[in-house]
Design a protein around this ligand. Structure first.
Ligand SMILES: N[C@@H](CCC(=O)N[C@@H](CS)C(=O)NCC(=O)O)C(=O)O
Length: 198
């Protein structure tokens, strides 16, 4: 069977899948597909018809969507690293937090980030709405982390990796983290892991 291939430059959402693969100690091939230059080709669209990264090809099994990729990698390849959910309930919670971060936080954070780096400036009213939109989910996360060091309890799991990979953008989005000290501590713990750098 051919080696797992992970498509996408690290300066993209592919960094999430690369982080997961490193946590799991996987032997994989990294195909540095650039989101602006290399995705709109018939070859790449065989892997991801959406022409976006990340995508994976695991011995002929193709998958897109960063969160789905990471849940798959953790469940398939965890060999005691503790990333994968250990019960149906943990699985449901990892899915919950992955869906949650994509639907509640990713869009406003990306909008603010791209505005701040001058890549896709938005109207002041849009920016203000995004600032408002992140407050409710951030408060939810803050309160959840008040009682535990990691999202599912006392160990770092794929749920933390998925949520942290989006929360990393809070800095570039210039979100004031002062009201969210638990999130700030948790994020530091997550992104200081050796596999997060790379
Ligand atoms: N929901 C998708 C979003 C993927 C996505 O938008 N990727 C960007 C790079 S970070 C991309 O490939 N953009 C190219 C394009 O939109 O044409 C995921 O999480 O995997």
């Amino acid at each position: 069977m051919s080696k797992l291939k992970i498509y996408g430059v690290p300066q993209s959402r592919a960094s999430r899948a690369l982080w997961a693969a490193r946590e799991l100690g996987l032997d994989f091939e990294h195909v540095a597909t650039h989101f602006a230059k290399d995705t709109n080709t018939p070859e790449f669209k065989q892997v991801n018809p959406n022409a976006r990264v990340p995508a994976i090809d695991d011995g002929g099994f193709k998958l897109f969507e960063s969160m789905a990729i990471n849940l798959y990698l953790a469940k398939k390849y965890d060999k005691g690293q503790g990333l994968k959910p250990n019960s149906v309930e943990e699985d449901a919670l990892a899915t919950q937090w992955s869906f949650w971060v994509m639907t509640e936080l990713e869009k406003p954070l990306v909008t603010m980030l791209l505005h701040n780096v001058n890549m896709r400036p938005c109207e002041p009213a849009t920016y203000e709405q995004c600032e408002k939109d992140v407050r409710r989910p951030l408060q939810v996360l803050e309160e959840h982390l008040a009682g535990r060091p990691y999202l599912l309890g006392d160990r770092f799991t794929i749920a933390d990796l998925n949520v942290a990979s989006v929360m990393m953008w809070a800095r570039g989005a210039k979100v004031d983290m002062a009201p969210y000290p638990k999130i700030a501590d948790w994020l530091k713990r997550c992104i200081s892991r050796p596999a997060a750098k790379g």
